[in-house]
Design a binder for this molecule. Structure first.
Ligand SMILES: NC(=O)c1ccc[n+]([C@@H]2O[C@H](COP(=O)([O-])OP(=O)(O)OC[C@H]3O[C@@H](n4cnc5c(N)ncnc54)[C@H](OP(=O)(O)O)[C@@H]3O)[C@@H](O)[C@H]2O)c1
Length: 308
């Protein structure tokens, strides 16, 4: 079977190569993969992992071998799940705790787009507590996680403000439920106080957004896309007593969360039309470069998916 690996022999291209078949642990099913998605985290890993490393977390496909411990779905079940950085492959072993069956009507591309982005957005909002009737600011709202966070916050009863980089990148955010949409530059002046800030940008964007958070509000960070040191105003705590700041990492969350149940809930929302994973680019698994380049250069207004 074939899998995508980081470039070898001084090359720059991610390409499919022959790899051994997966050897599942007792708690893993084997899935024939039909679609995978690209996360910004994959792009970061691409630059950090040694040549020839396997890649990929988000997969959707059909179970072809049940888990030996009897914990998971039967062969023939369509599933989506989170792989262990080896998901960009024709077949993969998936932990039964990190997958969910696909409801009828949810297609491969939507299913593959959802696991990492959907679970990250869901857990970020869970950290915030109830957002019913609260004002929620989502930065990075144009991205894969941000677009889901906007929809989930709105569905949970929040008044949502979405920040993105440009008019082009803001497209569709009002339709997803944002009451206010602004750019990073204009946002701090154009946005009123908020109760919850969900940030993935860091740096100056987080600094500007932080100053809108009300007393006893909550800041949930799940990324530092700018890779900048965080600097807050000198009166950061005095002016906003009780503000909580949390950092969320999905792979730290997953061992203590019912990931399968949560992913199933997100997939049900998709099936019911209450959540759109926002697939904005679909490419072929054997030619991943356009998807990787498109996401890297911020041309993809949502998720990039590769189909097999
Ligand atoms: N903690 C976790 O477990 C976890 C899980 C998933 C993702 N993440 C992180 O969360 C962030 C967003 O992930 P994603 O999958 O939603 O990414 P994405 O789809 O590629 O979106 C990237 C977002 O970052 C914004 N951005 C601002 N400045 C940027 C810059 N200089 N370069 C690139 N993007 C920039 C983009 O906004 P504009 O283009 O509109 O400016 C866009 O909204 C990433 O840093 C990712 O690594 C963390």
């Amino acid at each position: 079977m074939r899998a995508l690996i980081t470039p070898v022999d001084g090359g720059t291209r991610v390409r499919p190569v022959a790899v051994p078949e997966p050897e599942p642990r007792p708690d893993q099913v084997v899935v024939e993969v039909r679609a995978v998605s690209v996360n910004r985290g994959d792009l970061s890993l691409l630059g950090m992992l040694p040549p020839g490393s396997r890649l990929g977390f988000d997969v959707a496909g059909t179970v072809v071998r049940a888990a030996a411990d009897g914990s998971g779905p039967e062969p023939g079940t369509r599933v989506a799940g989170v792989a262990e950085r080896d998901g960009w492959s024709e077949r993969v072993a998936l932990s039964t705790a990190r997958l969910a069956p696909l409801p009828d009507g949810v297609g491969w591309t939507d299913a593959a787009a959802l696991p990492v982005a959907g679970l990250t957005a869901l857990y970020a909002l869970r950290h915030a507590g109830s957002v019913l009737g609260r004002r929620v600011l989502v930065t990075g709202a144009s991205g894969g996680v941000g677009r889901v966070a906007v929809q989930l916050a709105r569905a949970a009863g929040a008044e949502v403000t979405a920040w993105a980089g440009s008019a082009e990148r803001m497209k569709g955010l009002t339709g997803l439920g944002a009451a206010t949409v602004a750019s990073y530059e204009d946002g701090p002046g154009a946005t009123g106080p908020v109760d919850v800030l969900v940030d993935s940008i860091g740096g100056e964007v987080l600094r500007g957004a932080y100053q809108l958070v009300e007393r006893r509000g909550i800041v949930v960070c799940y990324g530092n896309t700018l890779r900048a040191d965080l600097s807050l105003p000198f009166d950061w705590g005095h002016a906003r007593p009780g503000v909580r700041i949390r950092y969320l990492h999905l792979f730290d969350e997953m061992p203590r969360r019912p990931v399968g149940r949560d992913l199933a809930a997100l997939l049900r929302l998709v099936a019911d039309g209450g959540l759109d994973p926002q697939v904005a680019f679909t490419g072929d698994f054997t030619d991943p470069e356009p998807a990787l380049r498109g996401l890297d250069s911020r041309q993809v207004n949502g998720k990039a998916v590769l189909v097999l």
